[in-house]
Design a protein around this ligand. Sequence first.
Ligand code: FDA
Length: 389
Amino acid sequence: MRYDTLILGAGAAGMMCAAHSGGRALVIDHAKAPGEKIRISGGGRCNFTNLHCTPGEFVGNNPHFHKSALSRYTQWDFIDLVNRHAIAWHEKTLGQLFCDGSAREIIAMLREEMARAGADLWLQTRLADLTHSEGAFTATLERDGVRQIVTAPNLVLATGGKSIPKMGATGLAYDIARQFGHEVTDIRPGLVPLTFPEGRFKPLAGVSLDTCISNERAAFQEALLFTHRGISGPAVLQISSYWREGEEIFVDLLPDTGLFDTLRARRRTHGRRKLINELGHLLPARLVEYLAPDLGLEGNLADQSDTGLRDLEKALKHWSLRPGGSEGYRTAEVTLGGISTSGLSSRTMMSNTLPGLYVIGEAVDVTGWLGGYNFQWAWSSGHAAGRAI
Ligand code: FDA
């Protein structure tokens, strides 16, 4: 069977590419349904893009690579597509756009766009073998126990990264890229909860508060959530993409409060109040209780010296933590690293060395922040390749 383009992976990037590619495209996926990650994303409502998307919210070895695709298919283009399909949406916070109804509407929209472009979709299909010769790829595909040979001059790798293997994530794109001489950078879980040994934060499980978490590479002011295994929440997921094993992170537990000035003023007017109770007005009570033995929160406000208050401010606004690890690919939202951008055209996503080979989406060494940026990369890179084909 002959197609113009064979797209491996019916996820966000693969479907977007199929919807925009010229000629006849076949999209294959080993899953039972396309866009499974879209379906579960954003708590079932899919945070499909971000109003404030700029190239600054992406991580990768080449900080310029993603600029071209993102500028030629922007968040406004995707919003326009969503509007044309009459999908209702809202901004939740920090420019993050979600469906009012269900993420399934985004999948239905992409399926409709693929069908309009005349693309075929084969589900529960496995790639058994792949070769390239004389300007064409030859794929041996297995579907319903039957082997079929498909040839195409264009092959698009859109099988994503390794996050959430339970959902069918595999390293297929990396293996094929290597097969055709492409480099794959080190990969690691990103946007992932961080863990601590010995159930360090177990007593705090469920406590959540606004924080600013930083290291020497980045800082994020968002919520932190303590869990049985460690810490999670948007601020933690964000910093995890900039963290390496063995390193410290710093947590400002009171990002919008000058603690020293606040407590000094309270000391003047309410000196008889207990320090621990005053802190309980500023932080979750369970957290104050947990920290009390280390911080020595005895006495009234009037008992506290300026130096003592300064030390307390430092301890709470510069809390140093050294995570033992992360929850890994089991729960990571994305894979950091991937197929090296040094071997790809940033305009078309095509291989610089093997014409006809394209790589898009999460498989590429481009990873977005939490907040709709990863889907925007999938849409933009999928569109760039589709338009070039
Ligand atoms: P994607 O993973 O979507 O698609 C790859 C496809 O390839 C899958 O359909 C898979 O079945 C198929 N495949 C894999 N291996 C194969 C093989 N060997 N043979 C055949 N097929 C194979 N991002 C965001 O911007 N907003 C959000 O709200 C969220 N939320 C979110 C929640 C959760 C729980 C996760 C895990 C991730 C997110 N993300 C997100 C990230 C986002 O889902 C991700 O970046 C994109 O789905 C990447 O799109 P791709 O098309 O590159 O890969």
